[in-house]
Design a protein around this ligand. Structure first.
Ligand code: ADP
Length: 619
């Protein structure tokens, strides 16, 4: 026997085995995804060979028609897809089909498993397991291929998905790749032409090359982005979006762009997805826009076309100003692409702004999904900083739950003598509404912005100011108050000595104790010294650092001398200046304030002390 022609067996790597196990043994609600993945691979292979033909002549089968052919046999229950693309050498077969191409897929997999959430939509849909999705519908898959390399040979790869695959040399004349298999019992419908046709319509109508089924072309092969916006039909847009994004859902909005300038001319068709990426912190893994040069794809996932924070936008860009044979290295440093990026960025931001004015409800839905990305933009895009800040929306103390305002709205509603823009941060609206530091602002009818998401809590204080008005936390000890509220009241005198005792009792716990001018209903509150860090930000930094090195900034305790409880304490103290009950009450008031802001260290101590106080009170 000819040694070269003997089939060689290879083991999958451990991680591949795991992935395959999951694919084979899970039930998927979207088994048709395999077809999308195979067509997209064939399309990639055709794009690669077209590109190669334009740049070098010496390839196998130069001039062959670039197409995809699908054949099904509804009696034998078989399926095959063949392309005249770039094909694979033996080494490519081993390396490309047999490892997980996309970095992060496996990590993601582990993660999802831990979280016990359904894998299918995320893994197959967004990440895509590519070629291996065929094992959802077939037990054994065969690939026959011949590379476009001159003097290439043909190879057959086959695998049952479990553990290993084999490769053997075969006699194959045509360049390109054919993949075929018999369908599993549950998925025999994919041996029916109508099913293939409707699936292509759903996912692959806009593939860059013709797809033939029973000798008939079944897809559109149309550069939709070249049509006039008014001629783009909604179902076409939806189909196109699904094709380029791998999303099962329809897009939330779309934006056609047409630029004819002296530096660069291009057309783009952009889409905003309905849902944010599965993991906002891994948005860098999102596929970028596809770059075309006069309808010919030159790069999928061209990251240079959008800033990181807009990576959730999907779509295509087509420019005639870029030579066809640009390499990835060139696109990375191309001034032309930076120009396109800057134009696209400002168009997209303008689009959001328009949305926010014309369709507020829709904009809010978008903002809730993607607002975090816009906040991340502040550290990334200094040029558009002002535009980005104007896209932010917040709930406030004067508006009902679910109503949002922009900073511009806030400023236009400011009191005539109000100098600062006020905010308060915490875990949720309910907690904020009960915060004693809000009392003064409520009494005065001054609007306070509610910050409840980590993104808000980090970004808003760092804005510094908006429209020349400083942003300030209501927790700061030095809030700007109505002069009339600052006048010392007679009962304050009475409490002054009490404050001295407070200071003694809380030594080491707070930086200072003062008579409050802001409290209305609560006996005490904790505020942050003028230059101290926001409590909520401090809490989050600590959590991130796992209780690490950040020294807790000392707080200032404010005492409401007009509160009956404080008056009672004063009286008790006058009667017996060393009363243990008074001291106990002081610690309890302090810890109560900690409890309200969610930073009480020991609830057991707190409750024990409370019980002692109740016992005294009921004596
Ligand atoms: P992905 O498409 O995300 O890279 P796949 O698992 O689908 O992941 O494919 C892995 C690799 O196998 C591809 O990147 C490509 O190099 C190769 N490949 C798959 N299908 C084909 C094909 N029809 N023609 C040529 N190469 C292919």
């Amino acid at each position: 026997m000819d040694e070269n022609k003997q089939a060689q067996q290879y083991e999958y790597k451990a991680e591949m085995k795991k992935l395959l196990g999951i694919i084979i043994h899970s039930l998927y609600t979207h088994p048709e995804v395999f077809l999308r993945e195979l067509i997209s691979n064939a399309s990639d292979a055709l794009n690669k060979v077209r590109f190669r033909e334009l740049t070098e002549k010496n390839i196998t089968d130069a001039g062959t028609e670039l197409k995809i052919t699908i054949q099904v046999d509804s009696k034998q229950k078989t399926f095959s897809i063949e392309d005249t693309g770039i094909g694979m050498t033996e080494a490519e077969l081993i390396n490309n089909i047999g490892t997980i191409a996309r970095s992060g897929t496996l990590e993601f997999l582990k993660d999802s498993k831990e979280k016990q959430k359904s894998l299918e939509e995320d893994l197959i849909g967004k990440f895509g397991v590519g070629f291996y999705s065929t094992f959802m519908v077939a037990n054994e898959v065969v690939v026959e291929t011949r590379s476009a390399e001159p003097d290439s040979k043909g190879y057959r790869w086959s695998s049952c998905g479990e553990g290993s695959f084999t490769i053997e040399e075969i006699d194959r004349k045509a360049r390109g790749t054919k993949i075929y298999f018999t369908l599993k019992k549950d998925h025999e419908e994919f041996a029916e032409e109508y099913k293939i046709r409707s699936t292509i319509e759903k996912y692959s109508n806009f593939a860059d090359f013709p797809i033939f089924l029973a000798k008939e072309k079944v897809n559109k092969v149309e550069a939709l982005w070249r049509k006039k916006p008014q001629d783009m039909k909604e179902d076409e847009l939806n189909e196109f979006y699904k094709f380029i994004s791998n999303d099962f859902e329809e897009p939330f909005g779309h934006l056609p762009v047409s630029v004819e300038g002296s530096v660069v001319s291009f057309k783009a068709l952009l889409f905003i997805p309905k849902n944010p990426p599965t993991d906002l912190f891994r948005v860098y893994e999102e596929k970028g826009l596809s770059l075309y040069s006069n309808k010919i794809l030159i790069q999928n996932d061209c990251k240079e076309l959008l800033p990181m924070y807009l990576r959730f936008v999907k779509g295509v860009v087509d420019t005639i100003d870029l030579p066809l044979n640009v390499s990835r290295e060139v696109t990375q440093s191309s001034p032309l692409l930076s120009k396109i990026r800057s134009i696209l960025t400002s168009k997209i931001l303008g689009f959001f702004d328009e949305w926010s004015k014309k369709d507020k409800d829709k904009y809010l839905i978008f903002y809730k999904n993607f607002g975090t990305m816009l906040k991340a933009a502040l550290n990334e895009d200094f040029e558009n900083r002002d535009k980005i800040i104007d896209l932010f929306r917040f709930e406030t103390s004067l508006k009902g739950k679910g109503e949002y305002v922009s900073l511009a709205d806030y400023v236009s509603g400011m009191k005539p003598d109000q100098k600062d823009i006020y905010y308060i941060s915490g875990e949720n609206r309910g907690e904020l509404e009960r915060n004693p530091n809000l009392e003064y602002f409520r009494k005065k009818g001054i609007e306070v912005i509610f910050l409840t998401t980590p993104a808000d809590i980090f970004t808003v204080p760092s804005l510094g100011e908006y429209d020349k008005k400083p942003l300030k936390s209501v927790e700061k000890s030095d809030i700007d108050m109505d002069p009339a509220d600052k006048i010392e009241k007679p009962e304050n005198e009475l409490s002054k000595s009490l404050v001295g005792l407070f200071k003694d009792v809380l030594k080491g716990k707070v930086q200072d104790v003062v008579i409050s001018k802001r409290l209305v209903d609560s006996p005490v509150t904790l505020v942050t010294a003028k230059d101290g860090m926001d409590r909520e930000m401090e809490k989050m930094l600590k959590a991130m650092n796992r209780g690490g090195d950040i020294p807790a900034s000392k707080r200032v305790m404010e005492v409401n001398a007009e509160h009956p409880l404080i008056k009672n304490l004063s009286r008790l103290y006058m009667g017996d200046s060393s009363s243990p009950l008074v001291k106990k009450c002081m610690v309890q008031l302090y810890e109560g304030a900690l409890l309200i802001e969610g930073s009480l260290p020991s609830s057991a101590d707190f409750v024990a002390r409370m019980n002692e106080i109740i016992q005294e009170a009921t004596k």
